[in-house]
Design a protein around this ligand. Structure first.
Ligand SMILES: C[S@@+](CC[C@H](N)C(=O)[O-])C[C@H]1O[C@@H](n2cnc3c(N)ncnc32)[C@H](O)[C@@H]1O
Length: 300
């Protein structure tokens, strides 16, 4: 196919072209947008470093050849290679905040963002939050998001992957929180010291069956961030086993396990978990308070 680069000149042309290409392809939307149009707008406008809203003034502006080449290449990679848009742009938005992302980390999308924006209420009540641990942090989005809501708290971002922590470090700098947000390499709790008021985690939780049938977009994400054994609970079991030793009295443990929630509920019939509901969608996130976790452990 000859390149359409000489036929497409304006921002409007590229929005139309990207929309048509995306609509004609079996794309999967699971990494921030959920439809062709939003995907096209984000790809075109963010490639041009233009705002996603209030941008109509630019629609008939012509692009330079370099800008046209860049956008055409990104549209091609989105369609042919099924690369998630966030990796093409090198950025993702979480809790209204930008984060650097690349193929070393998962694309941020956890529903836990909504809970953080609500200050962990009503679950936290009037308990103060001085220390937060974001276990399995990836890009650092959850922990850095929490740091923005709790400006006095010390936040620890931990991950087993040194590569993921490099991305988290770059996001610590992006959000200028180096004084109180720290990155720690740890296999679950193995190198974690001290106790926390909130431990929040979006660990790997995809079971073997789901992993083998995921859309192509997910093959660009690190398998270490997705796969968690046959039932998807390899890491969740370790978090439940170790959390009480790292929570302050009255602290909260919040963990996302996605579709593996059924297996987790079966595995812990006596554990008093609260399964959270979200206004903006998403499920498979449980919460348990430290006294309940400790009491359950004592009786098991
Ligand atoms: C689902 S990703 C979540 C990333 C991030 N919290 C988010 O919401 O976008 C899970 C992360 O857990 C990390 N991970 C996998 N196994 C781990 C382990 N044993 N200990 C700590 N982190 C682990 C992966 O490297 C990956 O960054």
């Amino acid at each position: 196919m000859t390149s359409p680069i000489d036929d497409l000149l304006s921002v409007r042309d590229y929005l139309r072209f990207a929309s048509s290409q995306f609509a004609a392809s079996p794309l999967f939307f699971g990494h921030g947008t959920d439809n062709v149009w939003d995907e096209a707008v984000q790809l075109v406008m963010r490639s041009l470093h233009l705002p996603l809203e209030n941008n109509t003034v630019f629609l008939d502006a012509r692009l330079t050849r370099q800008e046209r080449e860049l956008i055409l290449d990104r549209v091609r990679r989105r369609v042919d290679e099924r690369v998630p848009l966030a990796y093409l742009l090198g950025e993702a938005w979480f809790m209204g905040m930008p984060f650097h992302v690349d193929e070393r980390v998962l694309v941020p999308r956890s529903p836990i963002g909504e809970l953080i924006e609500n200050g962990f209420q009503p679950w936290l009540a009037d308990k103060s939050v001085d220390r937060i641990l974001d276990l399995c942090t990836g890009s650092g989005c959850i922990g850095i998001g929490a740091a923005s809501v709790f400006p006095e708290a010390e936040v620890y971002l931990s991950d087993i992957s040194a590569e993921a922590l490099e991305v988290a470090e770059s996001n610590i700098d992006l959000h200028d929180v180096r004084g109180r947000v720290h990155a720690v390499q740890s296999d679950v709790f193995e190198s974690i010291e001290g106790r926390y008021d909130v431990i929040v985690s979006n660990p790997p939780y995809v079971d073997a069956e789901d992993l083998s049938s995921m859309p192509d977009e997910y093959r660009h994400e690190p398998e270490l961030g997705l796969a968690a054994g046959k039932d998807g609970l390899d890491i969740a079991h370790r978090i439940i086993a170790g959390a009480a030793d790292h929570l302050n009295p009255g602290g909260l443990l919040i963990v996302e396990v996605g579709n593996s929630w059924v297996a987790l509920d079966d595995a812990y019939p006596d554990l008093p978990l609260t399964w959270l509901e979200f206004d903006n969608g998403g499920d498979g996130v449980f919460l348990i308070a430290e006294p309940d976790l400790r009491q359950w452990q004592a009786s098991n």
